[in-house]
Design a protein around this ligand. Structure first.
Ligand code: HPA
Length: 276
């Protein structure tokens, strides 16, 4: 399909998903991170659209990322969830990682909740805490708005002040406090991966002001802000970052903690969607 523009591709992807949704109009987009996919199982009347059936979409290759859109009702609202995401470390470009966010927006979605499992750099955090993102440090070295085509979707020079919507952050914190779920607020730092960080890198990131670290989210948030979506970012602290309390993160631990915290994660996100 040489010659077709990014904007046209997004429109075609959105049309394909739209046709499958039987007239539903999702209001909220939710991206589920490593081990956090079980939330999709709580969606009522689900319609599944595998990434592979959407033209121009990449597919998820990693464990814990099913790789499909799930549309249905959560917290009384129509949501479109990505059960699994695309990562730079799978070989996707920044634009490919951001692509489904633009597609969500083309479907009329104005609010994005993006979630992941992350390592805690902040020593006052505990494994199992949630962390509402207050800001991000994009240390992937990439940006999805690079190139001529994203500028045709929306103007390329946009502010990243309050990239994470202050009122959504306050809502999330209020619900967590009310429900007795430990939730921190902190700065998220995103890397390309896939190797975990060294202790020296973690010490450097702490000096920069980062509280959590992982290998996703930043490019999605940039794409969402590019088209004016409101964003809530939330991590589950699945481990202390490398070298903190002698931690040496591994994939198995991330999934174990995600599974253990799944019930609170589902409760928190469902209530946030209900009350937003
Ligand atoms: N580092 C990077 N990515 C991660 C981590 C981590 O400690 N935990 C979960 N994803």
């Amino acid at each position: 399909m040489e010659g077709i523009t990014l904007k046209e591709k997004i429109a075609q992807s959105a049309a394909t998903i739209g046709q499958r949704l039987q007239g539903r109009t999702p209001e909220v987009g939710i991206i589920l991170g490593s081990g956090l996919g079980p939330l999709a199982e709580q969606i009522e009347d689900p319609i599944y659209v595998p990434f592979g059936e959407v033209p121009f979409m990449g597919t998820s290759s990693c464990t814990g990322h099913v790789g499909r859109f799930v549309c249905g009702t959560l917290g009384g609202k129509c949501v479109l969830t990505m059960q699994g995401r695309l990562h730079g470390y799978e070989g996707y470009t920044a634009q490919q990682v951001a692509y489904p966010v633009w597609v969500m927006n083309a479907l009329g979605i104005q609010t994005l909740i993006t979630t992941n499992a992350a390592g805690a750099i902040n020593e006052s955090y505990r494994v199992g805490d949630f962390c509402i993102m207050t800001d991000q440090i994009n240390f992937t070295g990439r940006n999805p708005i690079v190139g001529m085509e994203p500028d045709q979707i929306s103007f390329r020079f946009f502010s990243m002040l309050d990239a994470f919507d202050p009122s959504l952050r306050a809502l999330a914190q209020g619900i967590a406090d009310r429900e007795g779920i430990r939730a921190q607020q902190g700065v998220y730092l995103g890397l390309l991966g896939p190797s975990f960080e060294t202790p020296a890198e973690i010490r450097a990131f702490r000096i920069w002001g980062a509280d959590t670290v992982a290998m996703s989210v930043c490019e999605e948030v940039i794409a969402a802000r590019h088209v004016g979506m409101r964003v809530l970012g939330m991590s589950l602290c699945s481990n202390m970052a490398c070298g903190v309390e002698n931690a040496s993160p591994n994939d198995a631990e991330v999934f174990e903690v995600a599974e253990a915290r799944s019930a609170d994660f589902c409760k928190l996100v469902t209530l946030i969607v209900a009350e937003m």
